[in-house]
Unconditional design. Structure first.
Length: 83
């Protein structure tokens, strides 16, 4: 048969409350750190990875189009200069 010890019951409740408080404080600190990091990123005017990848893709397409236009122009210039 087990006996209830009020001291151990109170210690268990206190420990449980302390663990809950520590967990809540950790989550609050994590949220504050994330908020601070977002604010700093906004101040530095950083670009998101998705936006950078989209710009790189667009730039590659524009470079290909420019190369094609230059080749077309070079073909026209050699065609008009030949008698």
């Amino acid at each position: 048969m087990q006996t209830q010890n009020p001291f151990f019951d109170e210690m268990a409740k206190l420990t449980t409350a302390a663990m809950g408080l520590a967990q809540a404080a950790g989550e609050e600190a994590r949220a504050a750190l994330r908020s601070q990091a977002d604010r700093i990123a906004a101040e530095f005017d950083l670009v998101r990875r998705e936006d950078l990848d989209a710009l790189r893709t667009e730039l590659a397409a524009l470079r290909a189009e420019l190369a094609a236009l230059r080749a077309q122009q070079a073909g026209q210039e050699t065609g008009t200069n030949t008698p």
